[in-house]
Each structure stands twice: as C-alpha cells, then as structure tokens.
Ligand binder design. Structure first.
Ligand code: 2P0
Length: 336
C-alpha cells in the first residue's frame, strides 16, 4: 500500500466535496520523551518502535484551508506567501495531492506556527496534524481522531502524536498497511510538570529527520540495540507518568535522547545536530543537578534543548537559564 492508497482507504465512506468555505484546525507541537527514530516503512512513515510525547499546550500550528481557483496551491506561512519551489511548499503540495479523490484540485493554505520552523521544535508534527485536521473540517469528515492521526502520520511520523494535549503514545502497530499505527492519548494529568525551551538556533536543520533516520538505520553498527532500549524506556516512562515519579520520567527521557544522538554520531557519515551552545547547555543542566536542582533535558533533530522540571523548581532553573521559554503543558486542563 502506498500513501495515496492509504488515504483513499481511510476516506472511502467520507464526503469528497467541501461542506463549508473553509476548514480551520489547531494542533499543538509535541516533544518526544521516548523518541521515534527509524522507519520500518518509509513510504507510510511506520516506525520500528512506539514513542511517547508531551504536547506543548498553546504552541503549535493553526491552519486554515480553502479551495483555491487557480492552477497551483497558494501556501502562506505566518502571513507570508511561500514560494512553490521551496521544499516546504513541495511537501505540502505532495501531501495535498494524496487527497485527489476529492473534488477540489487546488487549495489556499494559511498556517500560523508560533514555534521556529524546521529547527527540531516539532513544527512538521504540528504542521501536518493541523493540515489533516483542517481538511477534515473543510469536508466535514466524520473520522475518529485515531484515523486523523494516521492521516497526519502520512505527512510526518511525529504528526500522529499532535492531535491531543498532554501525554500521547504513538503505538507502532504491526500491520503492513499501518492501520494500527496511530496516537493514543494517556489520561494522566501532571499539572506541576514544566517544559523549558532553550533555543540556541532557529535556522532550518542541515539534515532532515527523514534522511538522518534512514542513515542511522542503514549505517550505525549500534542501531540494532535501539529497539530493546526504546521498549524498556517506554515502559519506564509510562510507569513514571502513572506514579508521578519525576526523576524516573526525566532521567529516562534524557538518556533516551542521548542514546538517539549517540546512534547518529556512529552513522556514516556522522550526523551531529548539536552546537557548542548545546553542549554548554547540557553541562549546565548537569551542574544544576549536582547542586540539587532536579532538571533534565531532551533534544530532538536540532541543536535546541527542552528542559524538564517541576513548577517548584522554576526559580532555581530560571536562575541558571534566564532566557528559558517556559510551558505548563497541563495548565487549565482537566482532560487531555
Ligand atoms: C520524535 N523526531 O519522536 C523524533 C525525535 C525528531 C527526534 O519525529 O520523516 O518530522 O516526517 O516521519 O516526524 C522528527 O521527525 O520525521 C521526529 P518524518 P519527523 O519526535
């Protein structure tokens, strides 16, 4: 099954004509505590392993989509028209082409993303989730969120986790067509949890996650160790969430991220997303811990760090990281 066949199958009983003038959808960005790194099927973005994330509350993508009476799509990001030749526009155009069983041939897509794009801050996750959700609203599809999650995954793997707030597990699934590979929200709330964005660089990354994953799987002699490590970490993280054991959660998440980056360093050619500032930031986190402040980090496919800590430690964490952008992922929520 290819991506277009998967979309046709999922939309087989759904309206193919727009039911309103526009569709609007917001999807939060998400940060993986237990990472997705390696595809068993790169056409369908099917992972080898399940992963687990925390959504970033009000940070994410809001997309409005409308039929566009022209020969091309018109794509705007944060109010600016994006040249159709850019890889950003081409990815969106290729994704929209998967929906060619629908009556609209071209769209106007307006996306507002309030986190840096392409810098390892999960912009493609929330971007594709918002796009799939906005299409669903335009056509009035009556789809369970698990199906929307599959549609998002076909744009970008981590988008499967961006349809909910709070903790979300992306269950890897086993079937070849990926119909059992989608996000599932965890019901646990953890109001004291804080995420701090430590942003060093917002430039687009030199190597895409897709390329980096493929290179790691194909060339790192240590990749074979990853699935067992990942499965064990997932169990520890879920247990930590269920029991509100912060140190277990954050220690496991930090080690999971460091292992993922260690695998990348052992690829040929090596992949290094960190900058000198990233390493300085890691050392500062470790110094904080030596001084008794329970703060940990995670790092994605970019140089920026995301700190994990509890609300009670905010003053101590800010003293070491004054520029930190702090997110309370559960603020104002009683359900995910
Ligand atoms: C994650 N990352 O679990 C991992 C950790 C980055 C590091 O998923 O090729 O944009 O579109 O499926 O989802 C980023 O990769 O990759 C990612 P594709 P995606 O969040």
């Amino acid at each position: 099954m290819n991506r277009a066949e998967a979309v046709s199958y999922l939309l087989r009983d759904q309206p193919k004509d727009p039911k309103r003038d526009e569709g609007v959808y917001f999807a939060p960005a998400n940060i993986a505590l237990c990472k997705y790194w390696g595809k068993r099927n790169s056409e369908l973005n099917l992972p080898y392993n399940s992963s687990l994330s925390i959504s970033l509350q009000q940070y994410g993508a809001k997309t409005m989509i409308r039929p566009h009476a022209d020969r091309f799509n018109r794509i705007r990001l944060n109010g600016q028209v994006v040249d159709n030749e850019t890889s950003f526009a081409q990815k969106i155009t290729a994704y929209l082409a998967l929906f060619n069983m629908c009556s609209v041939t071209n769209y106007s897509v307006d996306t507002e993303i309030n986190i840096p794009v392409g810098a390892g801050l999960a912009s493609s996750a929330c971007g594709f989730a918002a796009l799939a959700g906005a299409l669903g609203r335009l056509y009035d599809w009556e789809l369970p969120k698990s199906t929307l999650s599959i549609l998002g995954r076909l744009g970008s793997g981590s988008a499967s986790r961006s349809f909910w707030h709070g903790f979300v597990e992306w269950q890897a699934g086993e079937s070849a067509d990926g119909m059992d590979s989608f996000g599932i929200p965890l019901t646990h709330l953890w109001p004291e949890l804080r995420i701090g964005l430590l942003i060093f660089n917002t430039l687009a990354k030199p190597v895409s996650s897709r390329e980096a994953m493929a290179l790691t799987v194909a060339t790192s002699p240590f990749y074979s160790l990853w699935p067992a490590k990942q499965n064990a970490d997932l169990v520890r993280i879920k247990e930590a969430i269920a029991t509100h054991n912060f140190n277990q959660l954050a220690e496991t998440a930090e080690h999971n991220a460091l292992t993922m980056h260690a695998l990348m360093l052992t690829a040929t050619p090596p992949i290094l997303y960190s900058l000198p500032e990233t390493l300085q930031g890691m050392k500062e986190v470790w110094h904080c811990r030596q001084r008794g402040v329970p703060v940990y980090f995670t790092q994605d496919a970019g140089p920026n760090l995301k700190l994990l800590f509890l609300a009670k430690d905010l003053p101590a964490v800010l003293a070491s990281f004054p520029s930190l952008q702090v997110i309370a992922p559960f603020e104002g929520r009683d359900v995910a």
